[in-house]
Design a protein around this ligand. Structure first.
Ligand code: ATP
Ligand code: MG
Length: 325
């Protein structure tokens, strides 16, 4: 979190606690004042009664009862107000914190996106200019072309992620599910990944002909995001294991890597929108924090579950479970 945002959050928290303490103190003070007044009135009424009056005891008891009833009324009204104030305070507190966190994440996202969009464009421009101006040997030409293609692919994936997230937020996404061969879809994604990263070792444990009801484009997006993460967050020399299996009534798909892994407290947070582990200015990897958020949305849209566990001896395993009927 940036220092500016931290101090803003501290200020908001301090003002909030001062206001809340003031409200609770005012409520208590009201109660004490009202109770005192109540007793005073009761004492005055009692002093006005005459001892020689045959109804003295009956009237005194009536006044005592009325005073008692009033005290109970003050206590119950006060407690109701206190509970309402506290419930409201909890809501306001949570909403404010969430708003501040979201605005911080959006700011990070804007920074990341601008950078992410500009880099591939700049690289592609430079490569194309070099190809145009110079007569290069064939292998160098091929290298520049494949490098440009890789950048174009990254740009494409990024645009798909952003567009889909925007459609989801606007509630404008219409799903179009059909029965598909998930094994083939997965193989297709792995093949295109291998073309882009020929040096990365991929271990495949994929059972053939597993069918699920789903949307091919979204499922491709899910698979690509998980493989992209494993590739991005694990050292180049380590293998990525991709498995697909069918148990009695569910399909289990997982992507495992031997990277740094995720700390326990990060395991839920990484699925939040725009969330990225660590600080924006010290991070080495590129990204927008949308990938896993979309994965979660896609899996939920298919009635499934997604979670992350530790891999052995290190790294993480992202697992997706789809129910089949
Ligand atoms: P994007 O996918 O939008 O390009 P991203 O990869 O940063 O950006 P997510 O895919 O949502 O965003 O991942 C969120 C965060 O979770 C990442 O920034 C990274 O810190 C962490 N993370 C994701 N996958 C892994 C993994 N396989 N190993 C370790 N950390 C991971
Ligand atoms: Mg990602």
């Amino acid at each position: 979190m940036s220092p500016l945002l931290k101090s803003k959050l501290t200020l908001v928290t301090a003002v909030y606690w001062i206001l809340l303490s003031y409200m609770v103190a005012a409520l208590l003070w009201w109660f004490i004042a009202l109770d005192k007044q109540n007793r005073m009135i009761s004492n005055i009424m009692l002093s006005e009664l005459k001892h020689e009056d045959p109804n003295y005891y009956r009237d005194a008891v009536t006044i005592g009862n009325a005073t008692h009833r009033k005290t109970i009324q003050f206590i119950s009204e006060g407690t109701t107000f206190l509970v309402l104030i506290l419930v409201g305070a909890v809501f306001v507190f949570r909403a404010t914190r969430r708003q501040i966190k979201l605005s911080q994440q959006q700011q990070n996202f804007m920074m990341a996106v601008t950078h992410e969009l500009k880099t591939p464009i700049a690289v592609a421009q430079l490569n194309l200019e070099t190809l145009q101006k110079r007569q290069l040997e064939e292998d160098k030409r091929q290298m520049l072309i494949s490098n440009t293609l890789q950048e174009a692919n990254r740009l494409n994936a990024l645009c798909n992620n952003i567009l889909f997230a925007a459609q989801l937020d606007a509630g404008a996404y219409r799903s179009n599910k059909q029965e598909i061969n998930f094994s083939d879809l997965l193989e297709g994604c792995i093949d295109s990944f291998k073309n882009r990263f020929p040096n990365r070792v991929i271990e495949e444990k994929i059972k053939e002909s597993i069918y699920i009801i789903g949307e091919p484009l979204l499922l491709q997006m899910l698979v690509n995001n998980l493989i992209d993460n494993a590739n991005k967050y694990a050292n180049k020399g380590t293998p990525i294991t991709i498995s697909l299996d069918q148990k009695i009534n569910q399909v289990e798909f997982s992507v495992a890597d031997l990277g740094e892994g995720l700390a326990e407290e990060e395991k839920k947070k990484v699925f939040e929108k725009f969330y990225r582990v660590g600080e924006e200015n010290t991070r080495k990897t590129k990204g927008t924090g949308l990938g896993l958020y979309l994965c979660k949305k896609i899996v939920q849209g298919h009635g499934g579950k997604i979670f992350v566990n530790n891999n052995q001896p290190q790294g993480s395993i992202f697992t997706v479970l789809f129910k089949i009927t």
